[in-house]
Design a binder for this molecule. Sequence first.
Ligand SMILES: NC(=O)c1ccc[n+]([C@@H]2O[C@H](COP(=O)([O-])OP(=O)(O)OC[C@H]3O[C@@H](n4cnc5c(N)ncnc54)[C@H](OP(=O)(O)O)[C@@H]3O)[C@@H](O)[C@H]2O)c1
Length: 330
Amino acid sequence: MFKWGIIGLGRIANKFAKELKETGVGELAAVGSRDITKAEAFAKEYGAARAFGSYEELVGHGGLDAVYVATPHHLHAYCTSKCLEAGLPVLCEKPFTINKHELTGLIHQARVHQVFLMEAMWTRFLPHILYLKSLHDSGRLGRLLHLRADFAFKGKERASAQGVSRLVVNELGGGSLLDIGVYPVFLAQLLLGVPAVIQAEATILNEIDETCQVILKDAEGITAYLESSILWESDTSAQLFYEKGSVLLPRRWHERGEMIIKPENGEAEIKNWDYPNRGFYYQIKEVQDCVQAGKLESDLMPLHFSLQIMDTLDRIRTLIGLKYPADLMK
Ligand SMILES: NC(=O)c1ccc[n+]([C@@H]2O[C@H](COP(=O)([O-])OP(=O)(O)OC[C@H]3O[C@@H](n4cnc5c(N)ncnc54)[C@H](OP(=O)(O)O)[C@@H]3O)[C@@H](O)[C@H]2O)c1
């Protein structure tokens, strides 16, 4: 069985571990936390054989087939780098890093050490997104003319209920763009490619963007309007307007398999995909298959694509004047 280690035992690590346990796709072999008591409790709950009281100990232990990095964004580069140095394949949470400079360093390291590396953009592997991409590429609805996608939830409210949350702390990479705005940017670039022009506006308070609005335009003038917010709850939908029809992903487009395809001259087609658990299964399987086949990156979520997304996030942050401590290290 494929042996996973997890670094950083927060909300998403729990979901990942639950999915491993319930689907049986891989084995949770070891977990690393800054707190050994927390690591032991987590290991017990999800059946991991080993628990470590530091991230470095987990990396040094060996015996793992891959590590899932699930810390706040500001630690992604450090933790991933430690794993790569030790020759451990890595699945690192989104946003891959704080900026392009950090990600360029990780990609270089992965190539030098010949180790697998991938951003945990799990949405890319969900069957409804695979379908959307093939529908887009097929040209059945003609050329894409415009795309609109958002991701908004009351993260700020949740953060204050929890006390201090990574979501609202600049030093931890807080704000809406890096945390959830990365999903609409991913979708736009999956379908439109690298933008030629970017416009952006944000509401910045206490050094984090509470909301961010972005327009991307490609070389042919095709536009995407993208929005993220940690102030309000939206349907988190996506809409694509083609020459010969439209496609709507009505709610939680990044995780729910619902799609309405409306050809201009024809009946609307409603499609549904049912995902057991959260749907992490598909990205977990992708990592396992790649590592077992000796591949160094995924064909569906290659490193140059993550780098293009990170470059766009950097360009947006320059436009809205949002900086993080890691930007000063360039
Ligand atoms: N794929 C998805 O659907 C999805 C959803 C939510 C979040 N994410 C991503 O996953 C990452 C973690 O998010 P999360 O929601 O799980 O965060 P979280 O609940 O705050 O957990 C993060 C964990 O990181 C560790 N950590 C290390 N330094 C920390 C610090 N200074 N402050 C707080 N925690 C620190 C802690 O683990 P220890 O105490 O064990 O060291 C903490 O439990 C983020 O990069 C986020 O973007 C992905």
